[in-house]
Design a protein around this ligand. Sequence first.
Ligand code: HSE
Length: 451
Amino acid sequence: MANTTDSAAAARQPLRIALAGLGTVGAGVIRLIAANGDLIARRAGRPLEITAVSARNRSRDRGVDLTAYAWEDDMTQLAAREDVDVVVELVGGSDGPALTLARNAIRHGKALITANKAMIAHHGLELAAEAEGKGVPMRFEAAVAGGIPVIKGLREGAAANRIERLYGILNGTCNFILSTMEDTGRDFADVLAEAQAKGYAEADPSFDIEGTDAAHKLSILSAIAFGTRIDFANVDTAGISRILAADIAQASSLGYVIRLIGMAEADAGENGAPGLFQRVQPHLVPVDHPLAHVDGATNAVVAEGNFSGRLLFQGAGAGDGPTASAVVADIIDIARGYDAGFEKDATFSITVADLEDMPTAPSGHRRGRCYIRFVVADRPGVLAEIAAAMRDAGVSIESLIQKGRPDDGEQVMVAMVTHEGPESAVTEALRLLEGSPSLIAAPLVMQILGK
Ligand code: HSE
């Protein structure tokens, strides 16, 4: 009886939170807890209480009142505070103070919540192994696809399934740029400037436009979906900076839109050995595919489970409200489970010790159709040269369009779509054309997303 009363009382104790990083998301977390605190306390079984905060700049006006919270100049010290149960890291950066704070939090036995995809992609295994060893939980829902509960969806809702394939739109900045180019016919650089002004882009925009941010997120999802160790280094990554307004127009005339797609599959490699295939690359997406309707800064993830069938998660991939929603959902998880403990917590759906170390599957044996765009000199024989390289490599051409560029009479754009075949054949055709004086720019290859 006494025990029941004690645990009921303990359950009502607030869960005490330290918040490191008070940018858009940090301020969003403060606002969310203030607005929905009563509802959250009922759902979590205890109130959430922010006790301490830290950020690089104390005096900046963030539009939230910080006077009720203790301030730490050195954010890495938040983890050592007696009045903290959970450390929420919203600082960003794969290393530096964010990583020091994360390690400190686990060493001090505090639960760790982070929105930091770069840190999880690079150091997630090390952090999770330490957290699992100490019996402290580590959660990172906000690191992937902002407000979409895709990690919970895979880790919990789809936990009974073998995931056959996972793919999606994982970077809102690129999706905003591509869908705006599509709607307006504007050029890449112009739309990138708008995305930056709207606050979608990472501090270093090359992380967005060169596909790194999407690759961070894909490598995290792969681990959860396939039970493999995070392997960010082997995500085959290409960005969107070489896509021309003309490619978008061409794709549209063929019945496609262009989207940056992250794709992962635990498939059989060439020799039948299992391998993990991970790629971030712009794709042509058929206009009747669900991902073709994902516009603006929205993200979407498709997971194909062997019993659930196709699951589609879609929503805001960034922004203060959606990302704060994911962070606080993790805090609620911790609040609910705090008394029961997190011994041997399966951080990536499987404990780190049991994740598989799967070799990288090469892309060459994969079959598919693709779009190849050349910018070539406008003189006799050039088209024949390209066609000969395709013939010699065994690539079958489904359609081919040549268009003069209005701004330059000396060069033309040749865009082709191939019949289904091995990717290695396309690679070979492009190798045959390498160094040809007919080619004014390196060819651009985009896979066509199947149904
Ligand atoms: N820069 C990221 C994006 C923000 O554009 O999706 C959320 O990770």
